[in-house]
Write a protein that binds this ligand. Structure first.
Ligand code: PLP
Length: 403
């Protein structure tokens, strides 16, 4: 059975051009880029080109780019670096809808005595800048806000947040893992101090990421060791990964406008096909300020897990931020922060497209969903008629803290 892959916010396929560019670096150009000999020099040249390609993607300078092993490493390293250089400041501001790569290290820091403000979002998943402004304190060391949300695709106004941070002399870190390759990223105004990317989210390989550190920001290496990355990240470089990442960045820039328009049209068609044919559905997230590739749809009165399994049986890969993907029974912290009712919290599915998604695939999904959802709803104990009165639903809503 052929697969319709609509889970590109989880990971993307490696572009054929990326694979081709990486390939010789496993068997032919396998020298260590730090070596003095010609063989190493050849590899070092490849790394330099990739660094320049990544810098061009975000309008940075090549020496502001540090290669890491993944987005999670970059996020952890940025947080650590920001705090290490300001030991007297013990307050951090972030949002309630960040990825665990931010939330988990911050929770750990809270246990060590740091204070963290988690800004809430509205029903569309958007931040209130006034709340952020009010949250800044004299001892705020860092503001960490994602560029775009992985579950809903909602885009945060990072440039404006950066200006707020700069006015108050606070360091600003942006997790741009989901934004890279999907919306333009530009650090050249100088208001972003740290920015993180991950190769596997935009058709690069897994196991390679980027940490941008603005020139002039003091940075203590997260991984202390050799002199690689100009002493900012020890460890022999993942050369094929870096080459693949650079190629992925070049490809992104080459077809950015075309991809953006086409993917957004397909995403809109998918949403329209679902929302117009299936009752009690809604789009989760911001209607305008969002990634072009992400559709998060709430199907009331159906378990998301059941939808995912049924889709999987038809060869369609999608995901949900709740029990099904995380392995926990907790509903998505993002949808919860948006105040969604229980029946939507548990019945929301994320479809995420890529440059390789076709119109025929989208039509196939639109065609199979209505009968699938009807079938599942027939098995569900919940419906529009008993939503307000069902005792179990009331109890669960209270348990997860929603009205
Ligand atoms: N930040 C965001 C917003 C993400 O979506 C992800 C991965 O899904 C990460 C960070 C972590 O990236 P990586 O898998 O490269 O560690």
């Amino acid at each position: 059975m052929s697969v319709i892959y609509l889970d590109n916010n989880a990971t993307t396929c490696v572009a054929p051009e990326v694979y081709e560019a990486m390939s010789p670096y496993f068997t032919q150009y396998y020298g260590n880029p730090s070596s003095m000999h010609r063989f190493g020099g050849q590899v070092a040249r490849g790394l330099r080109q990739s660094r320049e390609a990544i810098a061009a993607l975000i309008h940075a300078e090549a020496n502001e780019i540090i290669f890491t092993s993944c987005g999670t490493e970059g996020d952890n390293a940025a947080i650590r670096a920001a705090l290490d250089r300001q030991p007297d400041k013990r307050h951090i501001i972030t949002t309630a809808v960040e990825h665990p790569a931010i939330l988990k290290p911050l929770q750990r820091l809270e246990k060590q005595g740091y204070s963290v403000t988690y800004l809430g979002v509205d029903g569309k998943g958007q931040l209130k800048l006034e709340e952020l402004r009010r949250a800044i304190r004299d001892d705020t060391a860092l503001i960490s806000v994602m560029a775009a949300n992985n579950e809903t695709g909602t885009i945060f106004p990072i440039e404006r947040i950066g200006h707020l941070a700069k006015e108050r002399g606070v360091l600003f870190h942006v997790d741009a893992v989901q934004a890279a390759g999907k919306i333009p990223l530009d650090v050249s105004s100088g208001v972003i101090d740290f920015l993180v990317l991950s190769g596997h989210k935009f058709h690069g390989p897994k196991g390679i990421g980027v940490l941008y550190v603005r020139r002039g920001v003091r940075f203590r290496p997260f991984l202390a060791g050799g002199h690689q990355e100009r002493g900012r990240r020890g460890g022999t470089e993942n050369v094929p990964g870096i080459i693949g990442l650079g190629t992925a960045a070049e490809l992104t820039l080459k077809s950015f406008d075309e991809d953006h328009t086409r993917i957004a049209q397909l995403r809109d068609r998918l949403e329209q096909g679902i929302l117009s044919q299936i009752s009690d559905t809604q789009r989760n997230g911001h209607p305008g300020l969002r990634l072009p590739n992400t559709a998060n749809i709430g199907f009331k009165y159906v378990e998301g897990e059941a939808i995912l399994l049924s889709l999987d049986r038809e060869g369609v890969c999608a995901s949900s931020g709740s029990a099904c993907t995380s392995g926990s029974l907790q509903p998505s912290h993002v949808l919860r922060a948006m105040g969604l009712p229980y029946t939507l919290l548990h019945g929301s599915i994320r479809f995420s497209l890529s440059r390789y998604t076709t119109a025929a695939e989208i039509e196939q999904v639109i065609a199979l969903l209505p009968s699938m959802i009807n079938r599942l709803r027939e098995l569900s104990p919940f419906s529009r008629d008993n939503e307000a009165t069902h005792p179990w639903l009331q109890e669960q809503s209270q348990r997860v803290g929603i009205a």
